[in-house]
Design a binder for this molecule. Structure first.
Ligand SMILES: Nc1nc2c(c(=O)[nH]1)N[C@H]1C(S)=C(S)[C@@H](COP(=O)(O)OP(=O)(O)OC[C@H]3O[C@@H](n4cnc5c(=O)[nH]c(N)nc54)[C@H](O)[C@@H]3O)O[C@H]1N2
Ligand SMILES: Nc1nc2c(c(=O)[nH]1)N[C@H]1C(S)=C(S)[C@@H](COP(=O)(O)OP(=O)(O)OC[C@H]3O[C@@H](n4cnc5c(=O)[nH]c(N)nc54)[C@H](O)[C@@H]3O)O[C@H]1N2
Ligand SMILES: [Mo]
Length: 779
């Protein structure tokens, strides 16, 4: 594969330092060991720079005061921070904000604008050579745009014409399965519900979702093990646990408000164990994000009591080792196991049969450390195990999460206060998207209730997920691609294949706030439909509208935008969906126009269609919203056996072959998925460099590499192919041998479509086999 000139597929070229997708155009870079507390003054300075850059010095602080401030009576006083899915402070008293939430909101509120005039000056071919930071940095898109192949430009189009174009294209297909409908996880519950209703009434379940890429594996494991696909904990549990095991998350960057909970846990003497191949900032000390007094006095709180560094993919073996010690010491909750679980004996036998040598080799953790951690687990009366992407984006992710449940079940740590599994979700409403119906393999039970409430007949055949959608676009069997938010071109694996697949479609439709790569890598026809952001006032025929979201811990609450929209031409996601739906389904009995006018009407039908949403409009208006019931929390197990299921998963071989390394792709501190704010990664001590690879110093020495040496990274895919990025830089880092880490989305170039988990059907973006060599010279 070679880079198409100017197309920014991102492989770089031999002998040349790669530049990545951030703002950097080269120049001096550095790395130092950073041991400052997370959050605190560094965060404050960083926020100051971001606010200044967005030219929003006055408006931003005002909006930030409204963020996550759920008012106790009407709920009309604030908007939900779109920065992450960590729950709000349930006291409703604190101003619970964080550096990255502020950056995120400010990025949306920029005064810069992209209109038809901008596109009159730049062809799509020209823009394709720009870097991704520059694209988003143009500001908010202000009017609907349609691609004109004759001039290679986007031209303004009226909303009605845009809807008609979508409707005509969809009705012109040979069948509904020739279209796919992607969701990024910021979509509100109401918009999600309308989206899936449109798609299912049209006749397909082709709904690939960014939530697949984050937590498909968690959903599958939890459903199989405890009967419901969500965690069982809430913040109250986090406040009462005496042991928190945090696996595979970079909390200080990606869920910073968690630091508040960690600091509180440390203060009350709880054990906080971080399990991660990297020692991330949250495992050290923090200055609680909103704790201005501590910031003034530089008083930092500990947020970790133990670090365990498995090899990438080594977690299942580590968890198995913990279970082994629990069983050896007979430290099980026999009563709970008998009353509530199934398949214990098979699991027990499997653990007994697993030898320590294998456990140590596969986990990359010594028996001594595993025994130490097991001792803490046995000493704890209330344990929470939380996890994020470092566990979900691997081949055996589902088995790994099932091992978490096995370990919790052994000591009755599910369904009581202060204990349980607690997946950390990503996008601010990714959990709500799933609850409200974005699911390419819905159950019959779900569809039956939905159809009875909506009066439609949903298709029963399962639809396409992310990877299958890319394959279908490449094969020409999916011809229309609709995207509600997100940046599919970069978020998806195998950048070159995904670009080619998108370009092979007849129509791509992007409902977006800001310009990104997915607008430029498009179908033969293409639409950009600009929508309101979460911070903006949404006024419809019946007045100001609120939307709801569901956080990581299953709380649903209302959110009201506060700001004047970036342009009078913007429409809400709900309104855009209703417009596209009516144009697609002219004879539909669904009252699309009424839904678009008043979101209470959407909530009324959701109350009938979705379990747990009874009396939705009233409960959403309660002071802090409401918690969706979670049966497993009450020890009601909705599994076939009616019990919580132990699962004897075989221990996989995760040790990379000789000479090769296991690559995991992660976010830096200064990015939001495909949006990159700067080329710095403060907590990891990096300045002005994204095209890097964190390596164990011995792995570097073995390859004759010194700090900052230019390297090439080649992945070896299951399809037998190789993919290379040229001109990265090696950086020595405290991580186990054989494990290397670099940044997404740049490194998606290395993830072949064939590198998909057989357990979760998701790309193996944290499980890539690579070879690292000193950079080849320029040809
Ligand atoms: N500021 C900010 N906030 C965000 C996002 C953002 O981009 N920026 N993205 C949002 C989204 S959509 C999501 S899904 C979440 C993502 O939140 P995270 O899961 O924190 O995301 P990553 O940056 O991918 O980091 C993965 C972590 O897992 C570790 N890891 C990698 N492999 C392994 C392994 O095999 N075992 C273990 N134990 N650990 C491993 C990595 O070292 C890293 O610390 O954050 C959300 N919040
Ligand atoms: N290699 C690798 N790849 C990964 C991952 C990884 O860890 N490694 N992580 C995966 C994960 S967990 C995720 S969630 C995906 C992220 O995938 P996506 O959700 O597809 O990507 P984002 O970067 O979050 O999308 C950013 C765009 O969303 C649009 N946007 C922002 N706000 C709004 C809004 O309010 N409404 C609408 N309609 N649009 C808006 C803007 O145009 C912005 O450019 O990436 C996945 N890809
Ligand atoms: Mo995510």
């Amino acid at each position: 594969m070679t880079e198409i000139a100017g197309d920014r597929q991102g492989q770089g070229s031999p002998g040349t330092p790669a530049t990545g997708r951030g703002p950097s155009r080269g120049g001096a870079f550095s790395r130092r060991d950073d041991d400052h507390p997370s959050a605190g003054w560094g965060a404050t300075r960083s926020v100051g720079r971001i606010i200044a850059a967005a030219r929003e010095p006055l408006a931003a602080p005002h909006a930030i005061l409204k963020m996550n401030q759920l008012k106790l009576s009407s709920g009309k006083d604030g908007f939900d921070c779109p920065g992450c899915a960590w729950p709000d402070d349930r006291n409703g008293l604190h101003l619970d904000v964080c550096e990255n939430g502020i950056k995120h909101v400010t990025w949306e509120m920029t005064r810069k604008k992209v209109s038809g005039e901008f596109f009159a000056e730049h062809t799509v071919t020209e823009l394709n050579a720009w870097n991704d930071f520059d694209l988003e940095n143009q500001g908010r898109i202000t009017e609907p745009l349609s691609y004109d192949p004759a001039t290679d430009r986007y031209l303004p189009i009226s909303w009605d014409d845009a809807y008609a174009l979508v409707g005509d294209a969809l009705r012109g297909l040979a069948g509904p399965h020739e279209a796919a409908f992607y969701t990024s996880g910021r979509l509100s519950n109401e918009a999600t519900f309308l989206y899936q209703l449109w798609v299912r009434e049209f006749g397909t379940n082709n709904m690939p979702d960014c939530s697949n890429m984050c937590h498909e594996a968690s959903g599958r494991a939890l459903t199989a093990a405890i009967g419901t696909g969500k965690g069982t904990c809430d913040l109250d549990d986090w406040e009462s646990a005496d042991l928190l095991i945090l696996m595979a998350v970079n909390a200080a960057s990606n869920a910073p408000r968690m630091l508040t909970s960690l600091a509180a846990a440390a203060r009350r003497g709880a054990e906080i164990v971080h399990v991660n191949p990297l020692i991330e900032a949250a495992s050290k000390r923090t200055i609680v994000p909103h704790d201005f007094v501590a910031m003034g006095t530089f008083r930092a709180t500990k947020t970790g009591t133990m670090n365990v560094q498995p090899r990438i993919g080594g977690d299942l073996a580590l968890l198995r080792g913990l279970a082994k010690v629990v069983l050896e010491q007979d430290a099980v909750d026999q009563e709970f196991i008998e009353a509530h679980t199934d398949a214990y004996d098979a699991y027990r036998k499997l653990v007994d049969d697993t030898g320590w040598d294998d456990i140590v080799h596969q986990s990359g953790v010594s028996e001594e450390i595993i025994r130490d951690l097991a001792g803490r687990y046995i000493a704890s009366r209330r344990t929470i195990i939380a996890w994020c992407l470092g566990l979900t984006q691997q081949e055996h992710s589902v088995d790994t999460m099932r091992e978490i449940i096995n370990l919790l079940l052994l000591r009755g740590n599910i369904g009581r206060r202060g204990a349980g599994p607690s997946p950390i979700r990503g996008h601010s409403n990714v959990q709500g998207n799933r609850t409200c119906g974005v699911n390419h393999h819905p159950t019959e039970e779900w569809l039956a209730k939905h159809d009875a409430a909506t009066g439609i007949r949903s298709p029963r055949e399962h639809g396409l997920g992310t990877v299958a959608t890319i394959e279908a676009m490449a094969a020409g069997t999916v011809k229309v691609f609709v995207s509600l938010g997100g940046n599919f071109a970069l978020a998806a694996p195998d950048t070159a294949a995904t670009f080619a697949a998108l370009r092979n479609t007849d129509l791509t439709v992007q409902v977006s706030t800001k310009l990104n790569r997915s607008h430029l890598v498009h179908g033969r026809r293409a639409l950009i439909l600009p929508c309101l952001g979460r911070t903006e006032k949404d006024v419809r025929a019946t007045g100001e509208q609120g939307i709801t979201v569901e956080d990581s811990m299953s709380y649903v609450h209302l959110s009201y935008g506060k700001r004047k929209p970036a342009s009078p031409q913007l429409r809400s996601e709900c309104a855009i969906l209703c417009g596209m739906a009516r144009a697609t389904l002219p004879g539909s009995a669904t009252p699309w126009e009424l839904y678009a006018e008043d979101y209470d009407r959407i909530r009324d039908v959701m109350a009938r269609a979705l379990t747990g949403f009874e009396d939705f409009n009233r409960r959403a208006r309660e002071p802090l919203g409401f918690r969706l019931a979670q049966a497993a929390r009450e020890r009601v197990w909705l599994t076939a056996s009616g019990k919580a299921e132990f699962h004897p998963s075989p221990m996989p071989d995760v040790v990379p072959p000789a000479g090769r390394l296991m690559l995991s792709t992660v976010r830096s501190h200064d990015q939001w998925n495909t949006t990159i704010y700067s080329d710095n990664d403060r907590y990891r001590g990096v300045k002005n460099l994204r095209t890097l690879l964190f390596m164990n110093p011995e792995d570097m020495a073995e390859r004759g590499l010194r700090e900052f040496d230019l390297i090439d990274i080649t992945s070896h895919a299951r399809d037998g192919g190789t993919r290379t990025v040229w001109g990265y830089r090696a950086i020595g880092y405290d991580t186990p041998r054989g494990s290397v880490t670099g940044y997404m989305p740049e490194l998606n170039v290395l993830c072949a479509l064939s590198d998909t988990s057989s357990q979760s059907d998701q790309p193996l973006t944290k499980h890539l086999i690579v070879e690292v060599t000193a950079a080849a010279p320029a040809p």
